[in-house]
Design a protein around this ligand. Structure first.
Ligand SMILES: *Cc1c(COP(=O)(O)O)cnc(C)c1O
Ligand SMILES: [Zn+2]
Length: 434
């Protein structure tokens, strides 16, 4: 059996080269399903270890190193790659102590070509677009998907089309979409509205939709788990902690972990913890009802990357939680920004949504869900330069309702050595170092 598209609800299958975004029978979300029995016989840990450090495309990519687990049907020359992935897994003992665990690793997906994990999905999505003969690709986005789509469209010679919200787009992300030459359309509506419009657009025009409802993007994002586990010498951690917005990432993590165990690449499943912002928490609310009751919410949070009220991948995220005995937690913007400031002050840095990860870990430890002796891998999803305005405003204490616990205020000196030395001899060290 080759790879196919399969409805996660009614199991109906479709050929891999059909342009389709949801099941024609029941409207369910589609998975790219691989022949795991065949893969079991052909791939081992050694397959992927042997490709580490290669200079040759496509295996120099941290996505395509795992090509057999993502798109085994592709020829190497069909792949559109920057290359992406190969992101660091930082051992962060000081942040571990702050959060209350002995071993914490942060995988920094902000180290991808356009500064977020979206590149890992976009390489899969744009590759599929070209395979299907498409020349135009589109998405609605809180910012990072647009930035990534714009870059990959340009790189592959396609037209990129991005629908953006009329407010609250982080400057870094907006500037990327413009710079990479995408057709940028500002729409008077929030993310959820824009997503509806892109769906309509792709149904009526010859435009390939690359939102995270697109299963080929999720296949690429699985590589975050493959790579993290390989970096841990194939030892599965106890916990994977990730911020949740549209829930594409968490969905792909569930599939990746489940497949890795099926293939014998890991011998036990880590537990998944999805962290939402309190103001954009439909998954968390549903979790409290054991997924009996799901209601979209009106989303409000400073972490714009996860400001999503009606996540399209909700059913897949629930499945991921079931597979991994996962949990959902929520954090306030205050907690998110404090955690971000601590990550930043380690010299690593991340965008606000990524702060949820560390804030969530601390909360789960305090709540007795994560045990102090468990090994935790947390995801940093985006680069510190994505949202410079928020970072500066935080340190200047200029964000309403958020109090900077770790401000690094800028001093002002006369243009004289004396004035500068006076500052350095004074209480210059305003940052709380851990
Ligand atoms: C897209 C994004 C998220 C949310 O990921 P989902 O897959 O939508 O849940 C979180 N952080 C950053 C930086 C993002 O770009
Ligand atoms: Zn179906």
């Amino acid at each position: 059996m080759d790879s196919i598209l399969q409805c996660m609800r009614c199991r109906k299958t479709y050929p891999i080269d059909q342009v389709i975004y949801a099941c024609e029978s029941c409207g369910g979300l589609l998975d790219v399903a691989h022949d795991l029995d065949a893969l079991k016989r052909t791939v081992t840990r050694a397959t992927f270890d042997s490709r580490l450090g290669t200079l040759d495309a496509p295996y120099n990519s941290g996505v395509w190193r795992y090509k057999e687990l993502i798109a085994p049907y592709l020829r190497d020359d069909q792949i559109i790659s920057r290359p992406e992935g190969n992101t660091n897994l930082y051992n962060v003992p000081k942040l571990a102590k702050w959060a209350g665990v002995e071993r914490l690793y942060l995988k920094h997906e902000g180290e991808n070509p356009t500064g977020s994990f979206k590149d890992r999905g976009m390489t899969g999505g744009v590759t599929q677009a070209r395979l299907l003969g498409m020349t135009r690709v589109a998405c609605a986005s809180t910012g990072n998907t647009s930035a990534s789509l714009a870059a990959y469209a340009a790189w592959s010679g396609m037209q990129g089309i991005v629908l953006m919200q009329n407010k609250q787009i982080a400057q870094g992300k907006l500037s990327q979409s413009i710079a990479y030459g995408a057709t940028c359309i500002r729409v008077d509506g929030d993310f959820d509205k824009n997503l509806e419009l892109v769906k309509e657009l792709s149904a009526t025009a010859d435009i390939y939709m690359l939102n995270s409802i697109n299963p080929f993007r999720l296949e690429g994002q699985k590589s975050i788990m493959f790579e993290a586990v390989q970096q841990l010498r194939w030892n599965a951690p106890d916990w994977i902690v990730v911020p949740g917005g549209n829930l594409g990432n968490s969905s792909s993590f569930g599939k990746a972990l489940w497949e890795m165990r099926e293939l014998g690449l890991i011998d036990r499943l880590p537990r998944l913890a999805i962290i939402q912002a309190e103001g954009a928490n439909p998954l968390y609310r549903a979790y409290l009802t054991e997924f009996e009751d799901y209601q979209p919410v009106h989303a409000e949070t400073i972490a714009t990357a996860i400001k999503i009220g009606n996540p399209v991948n909700y059913p897949k995220a629930v499945r991921a939680l079931e597979w991994t005995s996962g949990v959902v937690e929520q954090v306030t913007d205050q907690q998110t920004m404090e955690a971000k400031a601590l990550i930043d002050a380690q010299g690593i840095g991340c965008e606000p949504a990524s702060g949820c990860t560390l804030a969530g870990i601390k909360k789960l430890v305090e709540g007795g869900i994560i045990a102090p002796n468990e090994t935790v891998v947390g995801l940093l999803t985006g680069h510190v330069l994505k949202d410079p305005d928020v970072t500066i405003a935080y340190h200047e204490d200029a964000i309403p309702d958020i109090h900077p616990v770790h401000p690094n205020r800028i001093f002002t000196a006369d243009a004289s050595i004396g004035s500068i030395v006076a500052i350095l001899n004074g209480d210059a060290n305003s940052v709380t170092h851990l």
